[in-house]
Design a protein around this ligand. Structure first.
Ligand code: AMP
Length: 249
């Protein structure tokens, strides 16, 4: 079985982003970029499926600017066999990415697509769901355990107050949650090996996909800064303030 893993290049999770002065978005010039953390978990899971003999080939896909090649090389250093870059300088919204992935799924015919549950830059949490809908495939989101059993896959999901276990017929779409696994460290020999793995570049046009944005960002703003606190002289004043000012008791 072939597994397709979409990996997004995002601002590194350690970076504190700054809103642009014109409020059109955040400033990503000269900012460290990395693979979306949930996508690292997706690649790791695909590699584990391959190690268990449930997957035969892992194809990593990234949609975006030329530098997404670095993200694909990281995926290949973790263990993906090859990469496909869908190169575009346009803003790619989740629906556009889902359509690009659908076109690649039609070409590659994977048995499983494993995505992150959300990209930490836009926090959309949409692409996997939209892809499953476009393909008319079963989907299991927020997976914390994945087990391929013949022509089905069993997925455990963390839901409010417990765990839900689903059995899906393959081919299927899965999105990863934080506790699915802990991605392995990328070693230098594997980084070197990844440089030799095949990386193809295609474009939205060559896939016949219109990636024109459907949503318009009206404004991006910093969260309001926190007001200064006060020191209360005694418990009675604290209770009075909680009752009459904050109105929380
Ligand atoms: P989102 O719906 O934007 O929160 O993204 C959910 C998941 O879709 C990500 O974790 C990736 O696996 C995948 N994805 C989103 N955008 C891209 C992209 N530009 N290239 C590759 N994969 C993407």
């Amino acid at each position: 079985m072939k597994v397709l893993v979409p990996v997004k290049r995002v601002v590194d999770y350690n970076v504190k982003v700054r809103v642009k002065s014109d409020h059109t978005g955040v400033d990503i010039a000269n900012v460290k970029m990395s693979m979306n953390p949930f996508d690292e978990i997706a690649v790791e899971e695909a590699v584990r499926l391959k190690e268990k003999g449930a997957a035969a080939e892992i194809v990593a896909v990234s949609c975006g600017v030329a530098q997404c090649q670095e993200t694909l090389r990281t995926a290949m250093a973790i263990g993906a066999d090859r990469g496909i870059l869908v190169q575009s300088d346009a803003e790619l919204q989740p629906l556009a990415v889902a359509k690009l992935l659908k076109a690649l799924v039609d070409q590659e015919q994977p048995g499983l697509v494993v995505l992150g549950k959300q990209a930490i830059d836009d926090d959309a949490n949409q692409t996997g769901q939209m892809l499953a809908a476009l393909l008319d495939w079963p989907q299991a989101t927020n997976a914390s355990r994945v087990e391929v059993q013949g022509d089905r896959v069993q997925v455990t999901r963390e839901v409010d107050g417990g765990l839900e276990t689903l059995s899906l017929a393959l081919p299927a779409v899965i999105t990863t949650d934080l506790r699915l696994n802990e991605p392995r460290y990328v070693t230098l020999p594997n980084i070197m090996k990844a440089k030799k793995k095949p990386l193809d570049t295609v474009t939205p046009e060559s896939l016949g996909v219109d990636v024109a944005p459907r949503l318009k960002t009206l404004k991006v703003a910093e969260p309001p800064s926190r007001a200064a606190g006060v020191i209360v002289p005694d418990v009675a004043t604290l209770v009075d303030k909680l009752k009459n000012e904050a109105k929380v008791v």
